[in-house]
Design a protein. Structure first.
Lengths: 348, 348
DNA sequence: CTCACATTGGTAATCGTTTTCCATCACTGA
DNA sequence: TCAGTGATGGAAAACGATTACCAATGTGAG
């Protein structure tokens, strides 16, 4: 279909070696005269080097694998954009892999990517089991973890201090006078879920509030999970005045459910999220949340990966960014000390 | 790093040809005895065929390129999921390309993907200029357009009837008594924007309302654009009682701005969107919108591409799906029926 | 006039597969 | 006994690039 280096050589009346030298700018010198003959032939045949062949020979495919648990959570596309922008600048392409938080799918993808000889990997791991990560390290596959990093593996990572972020979110609620704060977390197998739960407990502990398991739910990091948690809270008539959700998707799902049941935000229930996805500022009321610099994280991860690729093997480095509490309106102002009636009373 | 077919052959005491035959299940028969010798060696060395080499030799790379204008618009991740699911089942990988609605970037990606020898392409084209699409056809690169198809190119496509969808949305507003309906459209260079605008005009025309350019804006398909349009409307003191936005992102941006300025939805202003992204049902009030079967479109597009790859029919086929008006609460006077939350998995 | 050396370009091996030929071997039927 | 026939496995030529190595040429120094 498309011209090969052989044909170019033929047309230019030189050897394939010479063509290769001029198109890929080798240090081996070529006279100006032959160079221009070759370039003319290249132009005439519209020659484009075949990257697959190049990859096979040179062992570098200019491809990175991006493994994410859920591409429909806007958090990940935001990261993906950062990655893609940098990758594109560096002439690399991004292979998209969606794991649905499924460890076995993650493992399958890892194997696949190795067979494809990707140059490196960026991924938000399910992280329950780290065996496959150690394997990567043993195989010296350049990789950087993003947003999620299980303990005990010595790998490059770009992270946010989840525990601290969640603590600040909950402290914000506490400052506003809330004492019964429900927590909608993620699947307990995910380290990231554990860290945010720890932040929640930290904040409560610091002011001497006893941890109440009845206030804690697993919302699976998805909107339906947030809504379901609200349903449970109300069905069980648990008292609460605020909700801290471990991500915005669940926070927004919870808000929607509260609205539907006639609870007002923040008057009846305050809500705080985590991530600061685009829609956090677009829902009503705008969601107070813990912002992660998503695009930036994507860029940093990709830049680090590029370092790893041309740099060599420096020590693994964890880049831990500070989360930032973005106060909008979903937590409102301080609640009154004495409430005549708890807002969670009454049927739906 | 990883074992090659040569090493396997050595360990098994056979030729590379034989190894190739057993691992890639050739029709050429191999005796049970040697087969098991080979398989033992494969297992012992953990041999994995190198897909780059395979691709070079066999001319098929098991890779498809996915070109989208904006991965941070949840519409596209929803499509991407459908594509990725099917691709994954078929053992293919997806190369993600984000064009930011930039035609030149789209062209560059096209060239890149060809150099990478992708087996096929799925893309939502910027579509202003179709020269590069014709080129694809000439080069016989299997491709299917998704969500956007400029006229005049004879290519496979999976689409929604945009004009009709928008008409239904506006008719809904008309039925509710609205007469001054603002339209927040997309960049006029995009065919998809033109189609939706046409639908808007159709609906108005059918009831004899004159088209008023003062009511029409370009919101660039992004939330800020929706908000900006609202700003303009109010600044210019244009009378309007409803907004039809050409996508949900702009509708949601507009809603947020209306809220901030104290306008109530749907009491003061009715709003209707297009796409039915996840957040359409999660904002307050839930957004009435024209649903596109995004996940399904992704699946269909990928399935069609697989047909094309397996030497299927050569005549291009346009698959035009029917959009579906999903009535929620942002237009008021909702017809009382079961709430339609868009299920995020499989469903649509 | 030679030798050392820089410049320039060609030859061929290589990357890891697949696949087309062939060669061998054991049977089979005449 | 011998040609014909499957079954089986090997050798080697691709696929399209890169690059180590070598050859030819010209140039200036001794």
């Amino acid at each position: 279909m498309t011209a090969t280096i052989r044909e170019v050589a033929q047309v230019a009346g030189v050897s394939v070696a010479t063509v290769s030298r001029v198109v890929s700018g080798s240090r081996h010198r070529v006279s100006a005269a032959t160079r221009s003959r070759v370039m003319a032939a290249v132009a005439r045949l519209r020659y484009q080097p075949n990257l697959v062949a190049q990859g096979l020979k040179s062992r570098v495919t200019h491809t990175v694998g991006l493994i994410v648990p859920d591409i429909s959570n806007p958090f990940f596309p935001a990261i993906a954009r950062g990655i893609e922008d940098i990758a594109n600048q560096a002439g690399m392409a991004v292979l998209l892999c969606n794991t649905y938080e499924d460890l076995s799918k993650e493992r399958r993808y890892l194997a696949l990517l190795r067979k494809r000889m990707v140059d490196g990997l960026i991924f938000a791991t399910v992280g329950a089991n780290t065996e496959h990560l150690r394997m990567l390290r043993r195989q010296r596959m350049p990789a950087v973890l993003i947003a999620r990093a299980p303990g005990g593996v010595d790998m490059d990572a770009v992270l946010v201090d989840n525990r601290r972020g969640e603590r600040e979110a909950v402290e914000h609620l506490l400052r506003l006078g809330h004492r019964r704060i429900a927590f909608i977390g993620g699947p307990s197998v995910l380290p990231v879920a554990g860290e945010r739960l720890a932040g929640y407990r930290d904040a409560l502990g610091a002011v001497g509030i006893r941890f109440d398991p009845a206030l804690v739910f697993d919302g699976g990091f998805r909107p339906e999970g947030g809504a379901a948690a609200v349903g449970e809270l109300l069905r069980r008539r648990v008292k609460f005045t605020a909700i801290a959700a471990a991500n915005d998707l669940m926070a927004i799902g919870a808000m929607e459910d509260l609205h539907r049941r006639g609870r007002r935000i923040p008057t009846d229930v305050a809500v705080v999220g985590f991530d600061d996805i685009t829609f956090a500022s677009l829902v009503e009321p705008p969601l107070t949340t813990v912002a992660q610099p998503k695009y930036q994280m994507g860029r940093l991860a990709m830049e680090r990966l590029l370092e790893l690729l041309n740099g060599g093997t420096s020590r693994a480095r964890r880049l831990v960014l500070e989360p930032r509490l973005v106060i909008r309106e979903s937590c409102g102002a301080a609640i009154k000390r004495t409430r005549s009636k708890s807002p969670d009373r009454g049927g739906d």
